[in-house]
Design a protein around this ligand. Structure first.
Ligand SMILES: *[C@@H]1O[C@H](CO)[C@@H](O)[C@H](O)[C@H]1NC(C)=O
Ligand SMILES: *[C@@H]1O[C@H](CO)[C@@H](O)[C@H](O)[C@H]1NC(C)=O
Ligand SMILES: *[C@@H]1O[C@H](CO)[C@@H](O)[C@H](O)[C@H]1NC(C)=O
Ligand SMILES: *[C@@H]1O[C@H](CO)[C@@H](O)[C@H](O)[C@H]1NC(C)=O
Length: 382
């Protein structure tokens, strides 16, 4: 009797699913930024109209505004009467940071030609909370700068020419963006005592395994988003804080997830998003149950060399396994629960909704045991 009911619902599902999934969507560009980050509400700068000059001698002069109602407003910046705590100096062809007025909390210096950050501009800037220096030509930040701005919370220096993580960063930091530089070095203790740092973005640099010591991230007890994608790592980073919600490691050369004494992800009770797209993972380097993490919602392992599906938890909602070497799927093996277990219990039905399997050695139809197990699947791409 039971078997009859099971077969009936399986057939119904099969028909339903057949109607839903057929088309292969255009490959999605991997998103590299943590998705849930709220940026400070910087007015979006218009792209500079002219092409960026190549040589220093070609630098256009700073754009000077009309005199401001604030006598301390630097001529190359805008001081809005409605936002007396903001200093807007973005897109102004600035090469040298002007003296920052002491009323400034929010400092916008992105999209300029600044090559060095020195302490002179910050003598009176002790109230500064946010600094955006993105898209300049910064190769050096004098560590004395940070003595002048002890209340700094957000520091954005992405898209510059730093060769190492700046020293002397204040322990108060909550967000630090250093992506798209040429960083090959993290000085010892660079992130020490940063107990409130929630976001660390080191995406698109040249960090290798030896740059990330066991203690590099030791003090980051509040870290939620760590982006180390697009570096030259061969191993999973050591000593990653288990407070993480997002761990992005796409586009490295990682071939192994160590199973030391215990599972690499043991104790990560908030981890929800893991991206390891474009690495060198094969079945050999992936312990079978390493991704069986009950908080995990989204697991991306596309463009690796996996031949079989890793085991995952019933709570996982999105799984990307496209462009691997998978030849077959056994729905009974990968089903997080015994099929019989949730016959009567809806809450036990695995939550997987989205499954990418295209670019493997699989062809439709989707095996019946997969459909039987993952009843919440909305789309599956083969
Ligand atoms: C710093 O602030 C003090 C007091 O407001 C002022 O007298 C001094 O000129 C300022 N320094 C600079 C370099 O602007
Ligand atoms: C971290 O945040 C807490 C609460 O806002 C604050 O009391 C503490 O001083 C901060 N720690 C650092 C190192 O700034
Ligand atoms: C996966 O994790 C669950 C707890 O979330 C546990 O009950 C189950 O035994 C684990 N499976 C494997 C194969 O480790
Ligand atoms: C799937 O795995 C189960 C358990 O190992 C096995 O009994 C079954 O024969 C497999 N199914 C297929 C189609 O290989």
């Amino acid at each position: 009797m039971k078997a009859g009911v099971g077969l009936f619902s399986a057939l119904a599902l099969f028909l339903l699913m057949g109607a839903v999934f057929t088309q292969r969507p255009k490959p999605k560009k991997p998103t590299r930024r943590p998705g849930t980050t709220r940026k400070p509400s910087v007015p979006k700068p218009a792209a500079p109209a002219q092409p960026e000059p190549q040589e220093p001698t070609d630098f256009p002069p700073p754009i000077l505004g009309p005199p401001s109602i604030f006598p301390d407003c630097p001529r190359e910046c805008l001081c809005s009467p409605s936002y007396p705590n903001s200093l807007n100096c973005e897109n102004r062809n600035i090469r040298v940071i002007p003296v920052i007025p002491s009323r400034t909390h929010y400092l916008y210096l992105q999209n300029n030609y600044i090559s060095e950050v020195t302490a002179d501009a910050f003598v009176n800037a002790s109230e500064v909370r946010w600094i955006n220096l993105a898209n300049n030509r910064i190769h050096r930040i004098d560590k004395k700068v940070f003595d002048k701005i002890p209340a700094l919370l957000y520091l954005y220096v992405h898209r510059n020419q730093l060769k190492e993580v700046p020293s002397g960063l204040p322990a108060t930091l909550e967000q630090l963006r250093l992506s798209k530089n040429h960083i090959t070095k993290i000085p010892a203790g660079a992130f020490n005592k940063m107990e409130n740092l929630t976001l660390l973005d080191l995406y698109h640099n040249q960090l290798s395994d030896r740059d990330l010591g066991k203690n590099t991230f030791r003090d980051l007890k509040s870290l939620m988003q760590l982006n180390l994608a697009h570096n030259i790592l061969k191993k999973m980073p050591d000593g990653v804080p288990n407070s993480l919600i997002q761990l992005f490691l796409d586009r490295n050369s990682i071939d192994d997830i160590p199973k030391q004494v215990y599972n690499y992800f043991k104790g990560f009770t908030h981890l929800a998003f893991v991206r390891l797209n474009y690495n060198q993972l094969s079945d050999k380097g992936v312990p079978r149950a390493v991704f069986n993490i009950s908080s995990l919602l989204d697991l991306q392992l596309a463009h690796n060399q996996l031949a079989s599906l890793p085991l995952f938890n019933g709570n996982l909602e999105h799984l990307h396994l496209n462009h691997n070497n998978i030849e077959s799927i056994n729905g009974t093996l990968i089903c997080p629960y015994n099929l019989q277990a949730f016959l009567g219990d809806e809450s036990l039905v695995p939550k997987l909704r989205y499954l990418r399997l295209d670019g493997n050695h699989l062809s439709p139809p989707i095996p019946l045991d997969v459909i039987m197990c993952f009843r919440h699947l909305h789309s599956i791409v083969i």
